[in-house]
Design a protein around this ligand. Structure first.
Ligand code: ATP
Length: 297
């Protein structure tokens, strides 16, 4: 998989605030890449630098394998802040204005309206749109000219659950059509639902980057219980795949194994040790737990 954006040792300081400290990572082509971090972690600053709105103090980046130039920039659509659409004009008229400002052909407007699912409402005034429709229109504006890469800053911000789902579906649709999406977000859940890859920032430092299921690895564990939880706790530590044991209340034990352990086989193994299980359930560490462990929070 080729690399769309490669960030190398990017640093940025605002007075006393070190907004980014030597941040490096690669964004694979075709990925939905989330830049995840709490407020003030440097996400917007990073997007500002790669879109040429801000200058880095140090470091460099390449776009599609080359130093950034007008040729690469034409392949990138950006949505860094909510555009000032005219409330009394229709979605279509607003996109005409965007196309003129960006010096792009108006002939692309029907295509982006269709992509954003707004064709049926294209002639309605912007003020009659739901929050999700407004955001989809903004993304449609960024898609004018059919760029290969879309950079979105907090695309779900301020939306209700329906709007968030609409924007998520649009991002997925764009990704399925082969676009690379780079999005900043502080919404862990949203990043998990839509992103294939992630970079995690905390106070300007990169904590990790790569495929979501690797960076935010979530071990499987099995909850087991028996009438004699003491005997169970002792016995389970002799299981060949045993890694860790945590009590989880009501005499139930959370056990992590170093390999996939099938519940039926485990039940059988416990019976062979003379222990009859009264509780057996496979579970997964929550994404939030994995995130908090990674950010040491
Ligand atoms: P948010 O989600 O709140 O926008 P963020 O992760 O995008 O946060 P940035 O906006 O990049 O983070 O800010 C990173 C740090 O730099 C913060 O401490 C912020 O207060 C500071 N900062 C950002 N812009 C400026 C500026 N123009 N002048 C001074 N400090 C700034």
């Amino acid at each position: 998989m080729s690399t769309i954006l490669s960030v190398q040792n990017i640093s940025k300081r605002y007075g006393a605030v070190q907004a980014l400290s030597a941040v490096s990572f690669d964004i694979p082509a075709g990925s939905v890449f989330g830049i995840l971090g709490p407020n003030g972690s440097g996400k917007t600053t990073l997007l500002g630098i790669v879109t040429d709105v801000l200058k880095a103090d140090g470091g460099s980046f390449t776009l599609m394998g080359a130093l950034p130039s007008a040729v690469q920039r034409r392949q990138i659509g950006t949505l860094l802040e909510t555009p000032n659409f005219y409330h009394y004009l229709s979605g279509y008229r607003n996109l005409q204005i965007v196309a003129n400002i960006k010096q792009q052909s108006e002939s692309d407007i029907p295509r982006v309206l269709e992509l954003a699912g707004l064709t049926a409402r294209q002639h309605s005034a912007f003020k009659t749109y739901s929050l999700g429709m407004k955001q989809r229109l903004a993304i449609a504006g960024a898609m004018l000219g059919d760029p290969q890469v879309l950079i979105l800053d907090e695309p779900a911000n301020g939306l209700d659950p329906v709007g968030i789902a609409e924007v998520r579906n649009l991002i997925r649709k764009l990704a399925q059509s082969g676009k690379t999406i780079i999005m900043a977000s502080h919404l862990l859940d949203e990043v998990e639902k839509v992103c294939t890859h992630v970079a995690i920032l905390r106070r300007g430092e990169l904590l990790g980057s790569g495929a979501v299921n690797v960076v935010l690895a979530r071990d499987n564990f099995i909850e087991i219980g028996s009438a004699d939880s003491k005997a169970l706790a002792q016995a389970i530590q002799h299981h060949p795949a045993f890694v860790q044991l945590l009590p989880s209340g009501d005499g139930v034990l959370q056990v992590t194994f170093n390999d996939k352990v099938d519940p039926a086989t485990l039940n059988n193994w416990c019976a062979q040790q003379g222990i009859w299980l009264s509780h057996l359930q496979t579970s997964r560490k929550s994404l939030e737990t994995a995130f908090l462990e990674l950010t040491n929070n």
